[in-house]
Design a protein around this ligand. Structure first.
Ligand SMILES: [Zn+2]
Ligand SMILES: [Zn+2]
Length: 352
């Protein structure tokens, strides 16, 4: 079982209000930044005090509310936005990367990102035609009904406006020390939730800044995406093992609340995916030839299917596909056709 160490954050979560700005360690602050119309409610930005300013991990969505909250949080921590020297971004998603460019404009900070996420920026946020056509193909492959497909295909375009496209100044390398003077922060590349997702580990402080890789309550979306690696779930599970043996007393996630007992949480997440893989296999045994869409509609999600927003429906379809891909790699499942693809359990003895 995890132990919640962000007690005030958890209380605020239960009351559905914003948690406070908090001092996590001497010189290290946690600043909640709101996310508009999103069940995650906020991203936790971490601010490290430096001799000559402050380094932040993640930045928040590119909205005025988020910008104001980040500014106010930095003031509460005894600094200001113009003191920011560096923006370490865990991954490309808009709740983490969105404000990075605006912070740089205001302060002259450098922005750091992993190269595997940096290469996706332009296609995702500027030249989107290719992305949309590939997404269309992917949704057809998944068997999304014709009437639903256009809405699902366009589902992320409004989110696009909430990222100010900003090329990073520094590309993170796996296992390398990050230039945050006075702190021992090392990059741990953890592909899965996005191809270039990174965590930051401080051995001296026994802290893991886990981004979206490990969260206390929910599991991050792991989806097959047009820009996503071929086997994201396989990579994600490996990335969980990659942080398993790090010396860590407390996990500082990008959402929800701080917690201890990292290994227990990793076990829970691994079990969750094992159960989902088994659910899919069972479903296909009973209904051979299902499409990814049909499976997604029938799997259990955090709320009933018809109450899930289009963007999240698409995430559910791509998450279902990620599980199917892993089952195919393990030769448990095979597919027939591609518009849409129909899936079948592989009969007979299976070598593991
Ligand atoms: Zn994310
Ligand atoms: Zn996030």
């Amino acid at each position: 079982m995890i132990e919640v160490t962000g007690v005030l954050q958890k209380q605020a979560w239960d009351l559905q209000v914003m948690p406070p700005v908090e001092l996590v360690r001497p010189g290290l602050w946690s600043i909640p930044v709101p996310i508009p119309n999103n069940p995650l409610r906020y991203v936790l930005v971490y601010a490290f005090e430096l001799d000559n300013g402050v380094a932040i991990v993640d930045a928040g969505w590119n909205t005025d509310d988020a910008w104001n909250a980040l500014n106010a949080g930095l003031v509460e921590a005894g600094g200001s936005i113009s003191d920011v020297r560096s923006v370490l971004v865990t991954h490309i998603h808009p709740d983490h990367y969105g404000l990075a460019g605006r912070v740089r404009d205001e302060s002259g900070a450098w922005i750091g990102l992993h190269p595997d996420d940096a290469t996706m920026l332009r296609a995702r946020y500027v030249d989107v035609d290719d992305l949309l056509s590939k997404m269309h193909d992917l949704l057809e492959f998944a068997g999304v009904p014709e009437a639903t497909l256009p809405d699902l295909n366009m589902a992320s375009m409004m989110i696009r406006d909430q990222v100010a496209m900003a090329e990073p100044d520094i590309l993170f390398e796996d296992g390398k020390e990050v230039d945050v003077p006075g702190w021992d922060l090392r990059t741990v590349w953890t592909p899965g939730h996005s191809p270039g997702h990174v965590c930051f580990h401080s051995e001296r402080h026994r802290l893991l800044l886990s981004g979206d890789h490990v969260l206390p309550r929910i599991t991050p979306n792991i989806g097959v995406h047009t820009q996503q690696i071929p086997n994201p779930l396989g990579d994600f599970l490996e990335s969980l093992l990659k942080v398993q043996n790090l010396p860590v007393d407390e996990v500082l996630p990008a959402h929800e609340y701080r917690f201890a007992n990292l290994r227990d949480r990793l076990d829970e997440i691994i079990l969750h995916h094992a159960e989902r893989l088994a659910d899919i296999e069972r479903m296909l045994l009973e209904n051979p030839g299902m499409t990814a869409w049909q499976m997604a509609v029938n799997l259990t999600w955090s709320r009933p299917w018809d109450q899930i927003q289009e963007f999240m429906q698409r995430a559910a379809v791509s998450e279902t596909l990620a599980h199917i891909v892993l089952l195919e790699i393990h030769q448990r499942v095979r597919s027939v056709g591609d518009r849409p693809a129909h899936f079948f359990v592989v009969e007979g003895p299976v070598e593991s």
